[in-house]
Design a protein around this ligand. Structure first.
Ligand code: DGL
Length: 258
């Protein structure tokens, strides 16, 4: 392993770019390669075995491309497959999990809401996390349909607004003061959610924490790259239009089969 090898990042689709943004912001001198496995999105309804197989396929490609560290920019893949990934591969993995701890620790109403995929909410890892916060009421909601709409470029559609309303209104009525976004696609919905979520309810996700952890692991285990800013590389296995749009058309996106 050497400092100048890239950081590999993968997600079931375009959502993990919310994590990539934080990493690129904190570590602008690192080379990054992002894989959007949009062809197989959503992962959220797949079995644990399928999620593990897809995560390994993505990891194999990133390792072929010479990555020194892999960021699993997907809560569903992390909560279902990170243990198996760490067992199989001899490379550091950083995962992303719903930010239950800061929400539960800071909640004044002792009631928090979490919006995530089914795969994340039924995972053992998520169950174990929630068990640590038995004094907090955690209102869980599966974000059925949200990932597909984001993947289709329909963030601002009426259907999105209606779905978000139906998922979040019961949480508002239950007096949550924190809303945890437990899927890396969802930070792109914050402007939509903010339109109707009362201002006293804080929205939190895990992007910044993942970037900080990536920096720490690099510093401790591999060493940070000292090169000038590198151009990030993005791959998708479907039509690249929506990925390009979510990146504000600032970067090239290559379509390839994986
Ligand atoms: N972006 C992913 C996550 O964080 C997966 C969404 C999905 O493919 O269902 O959970």
């Amino acid at each position: 392993m050497n400092n100048n090898q890239p950081i590999g990042i993968f997600d079931s689709g375009i959502g993990g770019t919310s994590i990539w943004r934080e990493i690129h912001h904190l570590l602008p001198n690192e080379k990054t390669i992002y894989l959007a496995d949009s062809k197989n999105a959503p992962y959220g309804q797949k079995s644990k075995e399928e999620i593990i197989a897809l995560s390994m396929k993505n990891t194999d490609l990133l390792l072929e491309m010479g990555c020194k560290l892999i960021v699993v920019a997907c809560n569903t893949a992390t909560t279902n497959a990170i243990k198996e990934l760490r067992t199989k591969y001899n490379v550091p993995f950083i995962g992303i999990e719903p930010a239950i701890k800061p929400a539960a620790t800071n909640s004044k109403t002792q009631t928090i809401g979490i919006l995530a995929t089914q795969g994340t909410l039924i995972s053992e890892l998520f169950y174990n996390t929630t068990q640590k916060f038995q004094n907090t009421k955690i209102i869980e909601q599966v974000g059925h349909g949200l990932v597909q709409l984001i993947e289709n470029g329909e963030i601002n559609s009426l259907e999105m607004t209606q779905l978000l309303h139906s998922y979040l209104q019961p949480m508002i009525e239950a007096n949550i003061d924190y809303l945890v976004l437990g899927c890396s696609h969802y930070p792109y919905l914050i402007p939509q959610i903010r339109k109707f979520l009362p201002a006293n309810i804080q929205i939190i996700d895990s992007g910044e924490a993942v970037a900080r952890q990536t920096k720490n692991i690099l510093k401790d285990k591999i060493g940070l790259s000292s090169k000038e800013t590198n151009t990030p590389v993005f791959y998708t296995n479907t039509n690249p239009t929506v990925l390009k749009e979510i990146l504000e058309n600032k970067y090239e996106v290559e379509q390839r089969d994986f």
